[in-house]
Design a protein around this ligand. Sequence first.
Ligand code: ADP
Ligand code: MG
Length: 340
Amino acid sequence: MADQNSGSHSGGEFDIIAKYFRPLSKGSDGALGLLDDAAILDVPDGQSLIVTTDAVVAGVHFLESLSPEDIAHKVVGVNLSDLAAMGAIPKAVFLAAQFTSDLSTDWISAFANGLQSALKPSGAVLMGGDTVSTPGPMAFTITALGHAPKGRALHRANAKPGDVVFTTGTIGDGALGLAMLLGEVKDLSSEHAAHLARRYARPEPRWTLGAELLKTGLTVAAVDVSDGLVADIRHICEASNVDAVIEAEQVPVSEAARAVLEMKPELFNTVLTGGDDYELVFTAPQDSVADIESMGEAQGLQITAIGRIEEPGTLGQGRIAVVDAHGIPLELGAGGYQHL
Ligand code: ADP
Ligand code: MG
C-alpha cells in the first residue's frame, strides 16, 4: 500500500525511510538495510526473545509541543523501560510512524536524530517498521525486542510477604514536569524547570539494572513506573496476590520536585500517583538489601528502599497503603493515571 502511505512529505515514504531511518539500521545485518519486506533475527542459544510494544499518541501520551527529538526519546524510552522491567537487554526496535502530512522533512530528520540518540546507550538497532501519513494526531508505535536467559525474567508475580520494595532514581519528576509544561506549576528556577522538563520528555530506561537483577538469581518482581508509583506497585500486588506498605517519607524526590512541593505541598499526591517516571520499582528478599544497595552503587544509580510486601488481606481491597512517619495511611484519590 505504498502509494496510500506516501503522504505529502517531500519525497514520500521510500525517501524518508532511505534517508532518515536506514542509517539507524546499521549494525544489524538482519535489518537488511530496511530494503526487504521484513527483518531476520537470530536468538542466541539459551536466550529467550522478550518482546513488548507501546504506542504514544500526540495529546494523549505526550504534548504536541515537545521537540521531535524529545518525542523520539519518549517512544523509545517507554518501550525500553518495559524491557527493563523484565530484566531483558534491548537488541532491536521496530517503529510504526504515523506522521501528520504537515510535518516537514526537517522535523522528521530531527525525530530520526532523537531516535538514534535514544537507542545509542543500549545499542539496540532500528530493524524495521512502517511509515504512514495521517490527518492527525501524530502517533508512534515501537515494538522492542530484547534478550534474557531462557526461563528467567523479572515477573510481576514474584513478590512475597516480607520482601522489601525498592525504587530507582527519583519519583514524581515526570508528572510534575508535565504539570509545569501545562502551566500548572510556575516560578521554578531555570535549572529546576529544565530538570523536570527533561525528566518528562526523556525517560532513562533502567535496563542495565533490570539485567543485573536478573543475573543475581534472586526472586524479584519488577515493574516500570509508567502509570504512577502507587498504581504500578498495585500491579505487582495483584499479580503476586500480596499487599504493600509504602513509606511516604522514603519515596525519593529530586531537588526540583522538592522545590515544587515547598510551593505546593498538595502536589505530593501527584508525585505518588502521577506516572511518566520510567523508574524501576522492584521487590527483593530482605536479606538481599545490602547486595542491592551495592549493585546501585556500582551502577551509579540511586536505589531506595521505600516499603515492604505484606500478606494478602492486610490492607483490604486497595492492596496498598502509603503511610506517613507515624504509620497513618494517606488519602490518595484515584491512585494512578488511566490512559484513554
Ligand atoms: P511494505 O509496503 O511491504 O509494508 P514498507 O514500504 O512499509 O513495506 O517498508 C519497506 C521497508 O522499510 C521494510 O523493511 C520496513 O521494515 C522498513 N520501514 C518502513 N518504515 C520504517 C520505519 N519507520 N522505521 C524503520 N523501518 C521502516
Ligand atoms: Mg508497510
